[in-house]
Ligand binder design. Structure first.
Ligand code: ATP
Length: 378
């Protein structure tokens, strides 16, 4: 399928600073696509260029095959929802939503019908005559979404739309946004620095860092198969381990020496050979915690260490376990049967077990690059 919205080699500089650097990105019709990254990575700049509030220095933006780069915002079939809602305070909910169609000189009956449809979509019929100041944050954002959608844009741009709301409300609105997306079926581009939001709403995510895209893919692929340390650390939590390949067991598995706790088996998801220095990501939930030494197969690992920190999160507990030079974080989900057991506590010796498949090989280096490897932060 061809791209619906295409950023083609787009660069934007502010003085000597490059905010967006040669980004090429294809977004499909009807998908919810997120731009995710830390503050200052260039995601809002990219979105603003799609909206027409900003222009690329080089490159172009195509919508449905048409070059929209030179068009001003009001001539693009695109609307934006901002974190700050940007509602007209003196207008009612109904008139806020009807503002765009009114400016477009639609007739009164069409405006009424379209606004009613939007009020229904965002479940605000009962609040149609209220002013924004009489609404909650979540209701205001629903007005902003309705006000954007009533113009029947081809693409809806959402710039951190939930950032001003508390956690529970954010979670509820995410579900509502998803339902709205299913209903209207248009392309959503969602900017956020919150990986949980991006994971839960997106068909695909582009992870940005310093003006470039590090990885694009569906949420599960980004989480399960990060291509760089940056992505592995930014999406969820992870442990990083550095080591040296000592032996190729077969085409799939190798043995690797992790300084400080000895030899482990890894899955060669990238080709490696003895002597290579590797950087491995191991998610906390992949590490199984036990008091007793587990029996392991040839493709599993078990190491022991001392519990240095325990944090209880209700649904799960996180353990920080000192294993030689490394401090590994392991996450244990709570199951009913475990309530009878006494969970490990600070100072206890525990075993961490994982399968070679659970680790993820990131960057690798030849021996001459040894100084590139770093120990993880405590
Ligand atoms: P945040 O989540 O904090 O909004 P972001 O990823 O959306 O971050 P951008 O707003 O795209 O980041 O900004 C990217 C970089 O470009 C930042 O370092 C920012 O300071 C810089 N920048 C953005 N707009 C301008 C501008 N008009 N003039 C100068 N620098 C700018």
């Amino acid at each position: 399928m061809g791209a619906y919205l295409r950023f083609e080699n787009v660069t934007r500089r502010f003085g000597s600073f490059t905010a967006v650097s040669g980004v090429t990105l294809d977004i499909q019709q009807g998908e919810t696509f997120s731009l995710l990254g830390p503050s200052g990575c260039g995601k809002t700049t990219l979105l603003r260029m799609a909206a027409g509030f900003d222009r690329p220095d080089t490159g172009r933006i195509l919508l449905d095959g048409k070059d929209i780069t030179p068009l001003p915002p009001d001539q693009r079939p695109v609307n934006t929802v901002f974190q700050s809602y940007a509602l007209f305070p003196h207008l009612s909910v109904r008139d806020n939503i009807g503002f765009g169609p009114k400016m477009a000189k639609k007739d009164a009956a069409t405006i009424r019908r379209d606004v009613d449809q939007m009020l229904e979509l965002v479940d605000l019929k009962a609040h149609a005559d209220k002013k924004p100041s009489q609404l909650s944050g979540g209701q205001k954002q629903r007005v902003a979404i309705a006000r954007a959608l009533v113009n029947k844009p081809k693409v809806l741009l959402l710039d951190e739309p939930l950032a001003a709301l508390d956690l529970k409300l954010r979670q509820r609105l995410l579900v509502e946004l998803d339902a709205i997306h299913d209903e209207v079926g248009i392309t959503f581009i969602y900017v956020t620095h919150d990986q949980g939001e991006a994971m839960s709403i997106s068909d695909r995510i582009a992870v940005m860092n310093k003006g470039v895209i590090e990885q694009i893919g569906p949420p599960a692929e980004i989480y399960e198969a990060p291509r760089s340390s940056f992505v592995a650390a930014f999406i969820g939590d992870t442990n990083f381990l550095d080591g040296k390949i000592t032996e190729a067991m077969d085409s799939r598995f190798s043995r690797c020496d992790i300084c400080g706790f000895g030899s482990i088996v890894i899955d060669n998801d990238k080709p490696v050979r003895p002597g290579d220095l590797i950087h491995l990501s191991l998610r906390p939930e992949k590490l199984l915690v036990s008091r007793d030494q587990p029996a392991v197969s040839a493709t599993e690992n078990a190491i022991s260490g001392k519990v240095e920190d325990v944090i209880y999160f209700g649904s799960h507990t996180r353990y920080w376990v000192r294993c030689g030079e490394w401090r590994l974080c392991a996450e244990m989900q709570h199951r009913k049967f475990q309530l009878d057991e006494s969970p490990p506590k600070w100072g206890d010796t525990v075993w961490l077990r994982w399968h070679a498949n659970d680790g993820f090989l990131l960057e690798q280096y030849r021996e001459e690059d040894e100084e590139l490897l770093t120990l993880p932060e405590d």
